[in-house]
Design a protein around this ligand. Structure first.
Ligand code: BGC
Length: 281
């Protein structure tokens, strides 16, 4: 292709900063979906806490990328399943940013095993991080949102929580019973919190990603054979990219989505459309 002259440089930061002046915490933000979400929130004008458990260098480079767009960023080490560490993280965030407007409950893990071989430790690790971790962070966020209330200069809502769920809050998943149970739990936790705090103008929703190209599911996409097999489950015939989730997270956290509360937005290329029925049933 011929080089264009003058060279066209695409803007890195969106022209409209939907989250200008807001303060966000993204858990598990040093890699994968969390990383893309943290960067997108930063580009949309939010100051961002980049939470991580391992991978300090990666968390710092996410912060660097956010700062390049003029937003503030801070990496905080905390295990989301540890009550004290979660409380300390929110305390630190409040001390630096003044408040928190957006929580993206993203940190999550898989510990897969055939059911009869699944150890109690594998069960507990997944429930601790994916479900209890989301509970602990959501509780701190709600406390802060209720304390502050609505600040109309910043947002018409007192606060927003986005829980990173999965298509597996709906779709059963053999060999991953702990994971599916944790995401099923996230679904009703999210809806119940949403029902409880809606009168305070707090919005709580989930994003349900399908197969997104991250390290959690590498074996499902890294070879041609695996990718082709995976595509049998995706009517849209491409794997999702972390940015597919990030763009939606920015919008869902913004006042553009103000009347959306207690719902899961599936971003899955149609994985939840029961593709097995396309030529069957
Ligand atoms: C899991 C991935 C999986 C995808 C679709 C996600 O929640 O973490 O490993 O590829 O669901 O099955």
């Amino acid at each position: 292709m011929e080089k264009q002259f003058p060279e066209v440089v695409m803007p890195k930061c969106p022209a409209i900063q939907l989250l200008k002046g807001q303060k966000a915490i993204v858990t598990g933000a040093n890699s994968g979906i969390g990383k893309a979400v943290a960067i997108a929130l930063g580009h949309a004008g939010a100051d961002v806490v980049v939470n991580y458990l391992v991978g300090e260098d990666d968390a710092e480079s996410v912060c660097k990328e956010i700062r390049q767009c003029g937003s503030a960023a801070m990496a905080i080490l905390a295990d989301v399943s540890n009550e004290q560490q979660v409380e300390d993280m929110f305390e630190q965030a409040r001390a630096s940013f003044g408040t928190i407007d957006i929580l993206v409950n993203n940190a999550g893990i898989q510990r897969d095993a055939p059911f009869e071989q699944m150890t109690l430790q594998q069960w507990r690790q997944v429930i601790d991080v994916n479900l209890t971790g989301q509970f602990l962070c959501a509780r701190e966020a709600i406390r802060e949102f209720k304390r502050r209330g609505v600040n109309p200069e910043v947002s018409c809502s007192a606060g927003k929580i986005i829980c990173m769920s999965s298509v597996h809050e709906l779709v059963p998943w053999a060999g991953h019973v702990n994971y599916a149970a944790s995401k099923g739990g996230v679904m009703l936790m999210m809806k119940s919190i949403a029902q409880e705090v809606a009168p305070y103008r707090i919005r709580v929703n989930s994003i349900g990603p399908g197969a997104i190209r991250t390290s959690i599911n590498r074996p499902a996409w890294e070879t041609k054979e695996a990718y082709e097999k995976l595509m049998k489950l995706v009517p849209y015939k491409r794997i999702g990219e972390p940015e597919d989730i990030a763009r939606a997270a920015v919008w869902l956290a913004s006042d553009e989505a103000d009347y959306i509360n207690g719902t899961t937005l599936f971003i899955d290329g149609g994985m939840t459309l029961y593709p097995g029925f396309t030529e069957n049933g």
